[in-house]
Design a protein around this ligand. Structure first.
Ligand code: COA
Length: 436
């Protein structure tokens, strides 16, 4: 089958999930100057045409820098923040004005080439960000460098309801009529929080956040950010530190998911939004629950969860001894120190298949999607073990599995070592799911 057929099928759940959601996207000045920017805009227009409500926040650091250099002026920084004097502010206004026009032009061009050709794409901007001066820090007056005081979320939502893309420059105005140069991270974070956005997307020079050995961190709960933040600061990885700080602040403010993705990788945005594994870093609110593989210390908790179901005949009985021996086959969901759900994977490597067994969710935690979370985990484990299918024997949960892509099969279709142990009295039904 063609790859695109598969890709399209797999992206469908994401397309549905993203429709009518609000994404705040931060485009640093470097990303706009990069040759891949055309592709990035193209992908943003695609998201817009799929019904995503988009707020774009752009930065202008290198563009301001270039103007200062051309005028023979020096940049002044303190604590990695620009000090904006009157001459610098004039460069800021010039850079921001030109960037705004360039982005609007690019968006208009892409719309004409998109599936929504003929439909009007409106880009809206305005005085949505109220600023205040950063003031004097360590005795240094930051002058026209400001911070966000308020975001007019009502005004922005109104435009989003009207299907406009909202464009926010790195500037804000004070009620006294002054203009301030703001950090785009500050605006993006505050906008995401005040709009109660579903996602904050931050473009980066790297593929995402990197660990100490330079590898991509795929997922980072906000609670675990502290050590990485310190490392970035110690190593003077300013961009990484700023992005992580922005993501953590947004998570604390209630944004559930922040994605940090590359601006030079063609298709990074779409890969992150429409595939299971993505290609950047996801910073999320962190769960006070975690999904992990079980350890020997979990045997007691696991027994408490599965005993009642064994007594009802829903699950096959396992002795403590057996459970101890098979503990590494189990994945569990732990919440506040309590095991609330489990599932096991028994591999049959010769047949490139595995048995999903002992799937159970504590009755108090049903209807919370934990069954799906564990099924996903088991499928992931099976794939990483090169398994091509999963099978399951069940007496009372047939429909649950069928609704998740399992199909009835015969005993001959499962490994003979398992089939020979089939308990005819129990009379379980057998189901199989092909993994792709
Ligand atoms: C099956 C189980 C793991 C699902 O738990 P869960 O993730 O909390 O699922 P939910 O309770 O949210 O149910 C999700 C959907 O599956 C349905 N469902 C739940 N149990 C079902 C069952 N036994 N058969 C068919 N459908 C079932 C629910 O009605 C719900 O559908 P709906 O939203 O359309 O009503 C859980 O019900 C359980 O632990 N059951 C007992 C153990 C068991 O049967 N394990 C399978 C052994 S092979």
């Amino acid at each position: 089958m063609h790859d695109y057929v598969n890709s399209l099928r797999h992206s469908l759940p994401y397309i549905n999930a993203h429709r009518d959601r609000t994404f705040v996207v931060m485009l640093p000045g470097e990303s706009i100057a990069h040759e891949n920017f055309g592709n990035t805009v193209h992908d943003l227009v695609l998201l817009h045409s799929l019904g995503v409500r988009l707020v774009l926040v752009f930065g202008s650091r290198p563009q301001i820098e270039a103007r200062l250099t051309a005028l023979g002026l020096e940049s002044h920084y303190h604590q990695d923040l620009r000090i904006t004097d009157a001459a610098t502010l004039s460069c800021v206004l010039d850079a921001v004005g030109q960037l705004r026009a360039a982005i609007e032009a690019r968006l208009s061009m892409d719309m004409a080439a998109s599936p929504m050709h003929g439909a009007r794409l409106r880009v809206a901007g305005g005085n949505f960000v109220t600023a205040r001066p950063l003031g004097v820090i360590d005795g240094i007056d930051f002058q026209h460098t400001g911070e966000v005081r308020r975001i007019d979320s009502k005004g922005i939502k109104h435009l989003l309801d009207d299907r406009s893309i909202v464009l926010l420059p790195p500037m804000g105005y004070s009620p006294t009529g002054e203009t301030f140069n703001l950090a785009s991270e500050d605006i993006a974070t505050r906008a995401a929080i005040e709009l109660q956005a579903d996602k904050l997307l931050l473009f980066s020079a790297e593929h995402g956040l990197l660990n100490a050995t330079g590898q991509l961190i795929r997922e980072l709960p906000a609670q675990q950010a502290k050590q990485h933040l310190q490392r970035f600061k110690d190593n003077k990885q300013i961009e990484q530190a700023e992005l992580l700080q922005a993501a953590v602040s947004a998570c604390r403010g209630g944004v559930t998911r922040c994605h940090i993705i590359s601006y030079h990788l063609d298709g990074a945005l779409l890969t992150e939004m429409f595939t299971r594994d993505g290609c950047g870093t996801l910073v999320d609110q962190g769960l006070f629950q975690q999904v992990r593989e079980a350890q020997i210390e979990d045997v007691g908790g696991l027994l408490e969860l599965i005993r009642p179901l064994e007594e009802q005949g829903v699950l096959v009985r396992r002795s403590r001894d057996l459970l101890e021996r098979e503990i590494s086959q189990f994945s569990i969901v732990e919440r506040d120190g309590l095991i609330i759900a489990c599932a096991a994977l028994y591999p049959f490597p010769e047949q490139a298949t595995g048995e999903l067994a002992c799937l159970a969710v504590h009755p108090d935690y049903r209807h919370g999607g934990y069954g799906d979370i564990l099924l996903e985990r088991i499928e992931q484990r099976a794939r990483s073990l090169q398994m091509q299918s999963l099978f399951v024997l069940t007496t009372r949960t047939a429909h649950w599995f069928q609704e998740r892509g399992f199909q009835p099969c015969t005993l001959e279709q499962i490994p003979s070592t398992k089939a020979s142990l089939y308990n005819f009295q129990r009379n379980s039904k057998v189901f199989r799911k092909t993994l792709n």
